[in-house]
Design a protein around this ligand. Structure first.
Ligand SMILES: [Zn+2]
Length: 291
């Protein structure tokens, strides 16, 4: 359940992808710095962070709960399996039914025996320009868990690729597309590609805001202007997908507040209306999560 206020829809309070990436920076485990930044977010009106860290990504329920308690921010937990390169061995060994069962248990009973329940399925992902067999199995498991629990689904696309195929998949499975958000679409840099998804009825996420080395924020602003003009701002969600120590302020990174302090003023300068901004930050997440 979301509280009234701003929601960041795709974040990782703590995450550890350092083994696969062979890079210690990808172990985000700096508790005091995260609390400091989350408190700052709270002071700017943020009330919810959807944490899409799941099985095999270094998920730490206790840690996240402490960040939530100290900062006052409501953190939503997720269930699922990320992407082929990061799957633990169980994901390859088990059937889609077994994987679905794991997700359902985390939604109904709690994660790792904590009693803390997942409220969203994801982030579940596809690879760069391809969709592996095991990733397909995970998506099928997610659909089973979604049908059983009614929880929404949040996806990962690698640099925005395979987005249309993901939409097509959910459509074929007759999943209500209003309960699905396709992630990282801002990395396509292509408003028409995104609009084609929006016209099918899914939500899309501009969730790598500030990652200028992948995509300049000016391009994100231009795409959002086009989406606003086409009348689809109602289905856009925002976030930063902070995953590294170097993304935080203490390391000279942008920090979580960048979205509100810098990106929103940029959007205003591009003619994104205050109504649209309120929708993306506050209203759309509420409607999406509630269903
Ligand atoms: Zn992702």
């Amino acid at each position: 359940m979301l509280k009234n206020g701003i929601t960041y829809m795709h974040e990782h309070t703590t995450i550890d992808l350092s083994e696969v990436k062979n890079n210690e920076d990808c172990k985000l485990d700096v508790f005091p710095e995260t609390v400091r930044e989350f408190k700052k977010l709270y002071s700017k009106g943020v009330r919810n962070v959807v944490d899409v860290t799941n099985f095999g990504m270094g998920r730490n329920i206790n840690y996240v709960q402490k960040v939530s308690a100290e900062s006052g921010i409501n953190i939503i937990f997720s269930t699922g399996f990320y992407q082929d390169e990061y799957y633990p061995i169980q994901v390859f060994r088990e059937s889609k039914e077994q994987l679905a069962e794991r997700m359902i248990r985390e939604i109904m009973d709690g994660i790792k025996g904590t009693g803390v329940r997942a409220e969203i399925i994801g982030e579940i992902g596809t690879s760069y320009n391809k969709w592996t067999e095991t990733e397909k199995k995970v998506f099928e498991a997610a659909v089973i868990a979604h049908r059983e629990t009614g929880k929404p689904i949040t996806t990962h696309t690698s640099i925005g690729t395979v987005g249309h195929e993901q939409v097509e998949f959910f459509k074929k499975k007759e999943v209500d597309l209003g309960r699905v958000v396709i992630g990282h679409v801002d990395l396509t840099g292509d408003a028409d590609y995104i609009l084609k998804m929006l016209k099918e009825g899914v939500y899309v996420e501009f969730d790598t805001i500030g990652k200028e080395s992948y995509m300049p924020d000016k391009v994100r602003a231009k795409m959002l202007k086009k989406i606003q003009e086409a009348g689809y701002i109602d289905h856009v969600l925002l976030s930063m997908d902070i995953t590294r120590k170097s993304h935080l302020e203490y390391k000279g990174g942008l920090g979580y507040s960048y979205l509100l302090d810098s990106f929103i003023p940029l959007l205003e300068s591009y003619g994104i209306t205050s109504e649209s901004i309120e929708k993306m930050l506050i209203k759309n997440p509420q409607i999406f999560m509630k269903g």
